[in-house]
Structures are given as C-alpha cells and as structure tokens.
Design a protein around this ligand. Structure first.
Ligand SMILES: Cc1cc2nc3c(=O)[nH]c(=O)nc-3n(C[C@H](O)[C@H](O)[C@H](O)COP(=O)(O)OP(=O)(O)OC[C@H]3O[C@@H](n4cnc5c(N)ncnc54)[C@H](O)[C@@H]3O)c2cc1C
Length: 354
C-alpha cells in the first residue's frame, strides 16, 4: 500500500495523546510529521505554580523531541501560516497531507490594549509570557491582571505569592469572575482574593499608556498589565476555506472532524453540537480521540466521539500550596486539594518524559 502522510500541526496539549498512541502503535504505512513552532511546550496546569515559585522551569516544560522520536514522527520546528484542504502552509512552502490534525492553540486579542505598550504581558504565546514575567519579576511594580477566568484568577494568586509587596488588581467585567463555575466556587475565589490582598474590580477595561483605563474613565496605573482575556483563533484559519464559526474558530462536531481529511482540537475549535469550554483538560482528553479517528480515517472505520463527562474537575491553585476544587456544585479550598493537584500534574508530566 502507498505510504500516506499524516501532519500534526502544533505541539499543543491535544496532540500529546496522539504522540503517545503512536508510540504504542504507529499507524502502518504512514509518514508522520509534527510541525510546531517550539521544541518545548509549557504545561499550562503548572504555569501558575512556576510563577508562584513552586516549580522550576524544567518542571513545567514538555520536550516534544523525544515524544516525536518515540512516536516515529519527524519533528519540524516551524510556524504554520496557513492551511487548505490538502496542504499545510509554512511560509511559501506547501506540505501535502492525506490527513492533518491541528492543535496550534489560541492567541490573545491585544488590540484593545495597544495603548499600554511595553507594559502589556499577554499570557499567550506562553513562551513570550514566561520571558516577560522573568524580566518583570527582577524589577517588579504594581500589577493589573485583566480577565477573571481560571487563568486570570490563578495568575493573580501566583503573582501575589511571588511578589508580596506590590499592589495587585484583578479586573474583569461584572459576572465574569470564574464564569461557568458554581456560586460556591466563586465565593471561595472572592474570599481567596481578599485574603491575598488582591483588589477585584468588576468592570471592563482598555489600554492606557500608564496601565489600563476602566469603563468609568478611571486610569489604573500598573507597571505590568497581564492580559488573560480568553483565547482567540489564529487569523489564518479564516482564510483556510474550512468551516469556521463567527469567532473564527474551526467548527467541529463531537468527532473533531473539520473535513474528511482534517481534524482539530484544543483552543482553536468550537463545538457545533454542544458548548465546550476551552481548557487544557478538554484538549488533553481529546488526544486519544484524535488518534483513534486518524486511524479510523485510514482504515475506513467509524469515527469516535469526544464527549466530556457531565462534570469536569478543576483544581485552581491559589499560589500558596492551597487550591480550590471546583466539581459541579462542589467547592473546597485547602492544602489537600493542592496536594491532589500537585500529584495529578506531576504524574501527567512524568508520562510526558520518555
Ligand atoms: C496561564 C494559563 C493557565 C492555564 N491553566 C489551565 C488549567 O489549570 N487547567 C486547564 O484545563 N487549562 C488551563 N489553561 C488552558 C490551556 O492551556 C489550553 O486550553 C490548552 O493548552 C489548549 O491546548 P491546545 O492543544 O489547543 O494548544 P496549546 O497547548 O496552547 O499549544 C499550542 C502549541 O502549538 C504551537 N504553535 C502555536 N502556533 C503555532 C503555529 N502557527 N504553527 C505551529 N505551531 C504552533 C505552540 O508552540 C504550542 O506548542 C491555561 C492557560 C493559560 C494561558
């Protein structure tokens, strides 16, 4: 049988399960290529812990090179710049595929904060954020964090653990602090912010040369503005000719199929059959389904579906070896929850080391 080419675009959380599946059982008669912008990818679940000083950089970085080698997959370090139904584009090079899977992750919309200039620290791309935080940590000042989702909340707590003496403000529109989590979780989060002397301002904000401008016109000065405003789709997806949603994300159903030859998962998708939050949990859990469905396409078998459990477990670190458990209506905040999170996260990282 003629060899078929499978391209994985992006070394995102969603592709880790594909590489693991291929290491166990490589699809026969295939040439497999991983194209990703960096050899190392940060495990987002431990990134706030790194910021808080609980982990070293080496603890949170996944080296894709040995994972690709174990999966018999060529590693190409390059940025994907476009896609069409038959090719992945890297600059002016067109790489033909029989099957492609995308997990390049999302970006951050920095346009409303352009006026903030060099003080702006968007949390994506994560490698640039890490470098920006390292530099800021050495000459710290007051911090504003924009975006009250799980990422913004954890980063605010981590910043407090790292920098006990600066003013920290978390700014998020009304009703958006940990939106989607139960009231009991939000109540614990509010209390945690107060205990850590993190000011919560519930309003929208935009950029200003001194920091940020709040909705009522007040200027909040800040030496660093961390932008954690949710993930946007890479603009080149809209030019791919593939089905996208109004937000520019790839439209997929439960099989994660974008087209007969392309799959996608992680932050760049929007499910058409149900709402699904963009989180590392769902990205990681989509990996085995991607692997199964790539194999199913090759053999003509039926595609599997990724259906999340009714309740997703979230463990939100508060930076001080405590964490908040969020599981449906249940909420707890203590050291045991952090120990559970630490055990899950370090166990996950151990499995990424081959
Ligand atoms: C600070 C922070 C904390 C978070 N904490 C949590 C948490 O505790 N729990 C949770 O569930 N989720 C968390 N998330 C969300 C989680 O990180 C994402 O949902 C998840 O990483 C998305 O996975 P992905 O596969 O889409 O891509 P990512 O894991 O984002 O990876 C994208 C990969 O693609 C590569 N890449 C990017 N662009 C290109 C390109 N053009 N060409 C080639 N390669 C490219 C990158 O180098 C990277 O390796 C957090 C996010 C952040 C930013």
């Amino acid at each position: 049988m003629a060899e078929r080419t499978i391209i994985l675009a992006g070394g995102g959380h969603a592709h880790l399960g594909v590489l693991a599946a291929w290491a166990r059982r490589p699809p026969p008669d295939t040439r497999r290529i991983l194209i990703t912008s960096h050899r190392h990818t940060a495990y987002s679940g431990m990134l706030p812990g790194w910021m808080a000083g609980l982990y070293d950089e080496a603890d949170i970085m996944i080296d894709l090179a040995p994972l690709a080698a174990a999966a018999g997959t060529e590693l190409v370090l390059a940025s994907v710049t476009g896609l069409d139904p038959h090719h992945v584009h890297v600059g002016s090079t067109r790489l033909a595929f029989d099957i492609a899977s995308l997990a390049v992750g999302g970006g951050i919309d920095t346009a409303p904060f352009a006026a903030t200039g060099a003080r702006l620290l968007p949390i994506r791309p994560v490698d640039r954020f890490r470098a920006g935080w390292r530099a800021f940590r050495d000459r710290p000042g007051d911090i504003a964090i924009v975006g009250g989702g799980a990422g913004g909340f954890e980063l605010a707590c981590a910043a407090r653990a790292a920098l006990p003496h600066v003013a920290i403000t978390l700014v998020t529109p009304p009703g958006t602090l940990l939106a989607g989590h139960a009231p009991a979780v939000i109540a614990l989060a509010r209390r945690a912010l107060i205990q850590r002397r993190i000011t919560l301002i519930e309003t929208s904000a935009s950029g200003h040369p001194d920091g940020i401008r709040l909705d009522d016109g007040t200027i909040l000065p800040a030496a660093a503005v961390i932008l954690a405003t949710g993930s946007i789709a890479p603009p080149w997806l809209a030019q791919s000719g593939l089905a996208t949603t109004v937000s520019g994300h790839l439209a997929v159903d439960a099989t994660l199929a974008v087209s007969p030859t392309i799959f996608a998962a992680g932050d760049i998708i929007q499910r058409t059959d149900r709402p699904l939050p963009r989180s590392g949990v769902h990205a990681v859990k989509a990996g085995p389904v991607l692997a199964a469905n790539i194999a199913a396409r090759l053999s003509g078998a039926t595609l599997r579906e990724y259906q999340p459990r009714q309740r997703t477990l979230y463990l939100l670190s508060t930076g001080d070896r405590r964490a908040i458990l969020s599981w449906g209506p249940f909420a707890l905040h203590n050291r045991l929850i952090w120990q559970l999170k630490h055990a899950i996260d370090t166990g996950f990282m151990r499995r990424q080391r081959v």
